[in-house]
Design a protein around this ligand. Structure first.
Ligand SMILES: C[S@@+](CC[C@H](N)C(=O)[O-])C[C@H]1O[C@@H](n2cnc3c(N)ncnc32)[C@H](O)[C@@H]1O
Length: 204
């Protein structure tokens, strides 16, 4: 049986520790996550499709990991999916799936990894939260979106308990800089009884 990583995923304290964790986990991530019934990629893809009829428009899968989230977007009918990810090993796995048009390794310390205005559709599946990207990344994604652009993302129950993450979302919504189109709490990893809320927001 391969080494397990999931139970260590939610108390990583620095970006360095996070990237080392995902580099080590990359080869067995898909199997361990599938074992636990990973549901959020399909939920995000379905939610985004409710607000986007032109399926040829490129989608950026930010923090794409091994590519499960990109695969779900392709299965939902999105024809052109690009991925960005800081872990070289996770990216190697994503490359092997052949679901992406383009994959880019980003520096997790870069404050603006997404070129401004490059994508009108961005997803962040399991990316923003304790043990993954810090709350400031929320701002950098929203700053990169053009007006009218959509961000479909998830917060798992751990992120939902952390006011720094929910606060970031509310900062944008409360001043009408973004509009909430969709919110649904549902399965994330049923195998460990963890749920997530999927959101779709539109930049004003
Ligand atoms: C739980 S995995 C989710 C991967 C993929 N989206 C999925 O649904 O399987 C979290 C991913 O976020 C990436 N990540 C961590 N910090 C990040 C950052 N600052 N910016 C972008 N991605 C980051 C990790 O390397 C990891 O691949």
């Amino acid at each position: 049986m391969s080494k397990k990583f999931l139970d260590k995923s939610y108390d990583l304290e620095t970006q360095e520790a996070t990237l080392a964790h995902y580099d080590q986990w990359a080869a067995s991530y898909d199997a361990e996550i599938a074992e636990n019934g990973y549901a959020t990629p399909g939920r995000i893809a379905l939610a985004l499709a409710k607000f986007q009829s032109d399926m040829s428009e490129p989608v950026l899968d930010f923090g794409c990991g091994t590519g499960l989230s990109g695969l779900a977007l392709r299965l939902q009918g999105f024809e052109t999916v690009d991925g960005m990810e800081p872990s070289a090993r996770m990216l190697e796995q994503a490359r092997a799936k052949d679901a992406y048009r383009q994959l880019t390794q980003i520096d997790a310390a870069d404050r603006q990894p997404i070129p401004k205005g490059a994508y009108r559709l961005i997803t962040g599946c399991g990316v923003l939260g304790t043990g993954a990207a810090p709350p400031a990344v929320f701002d950098s994604i929203l700053h990169a979106l053009p007006r009218g652009g959509l961000f479909a993302f998830s917060y798992n129950d751990h992120a939902l308990e952390d006011p720094a993450y929910t606060g970031k979302l509310n900062e944008w919504l409360d001043c009408s800089a973004a509009r909430l189109l969709f919110r649904e709490h549902g399965d994330h990893l049923p195998g460990i009884n963890l749920k997530s809320t999927v959101y779709v927001i539109e930049k004003a």
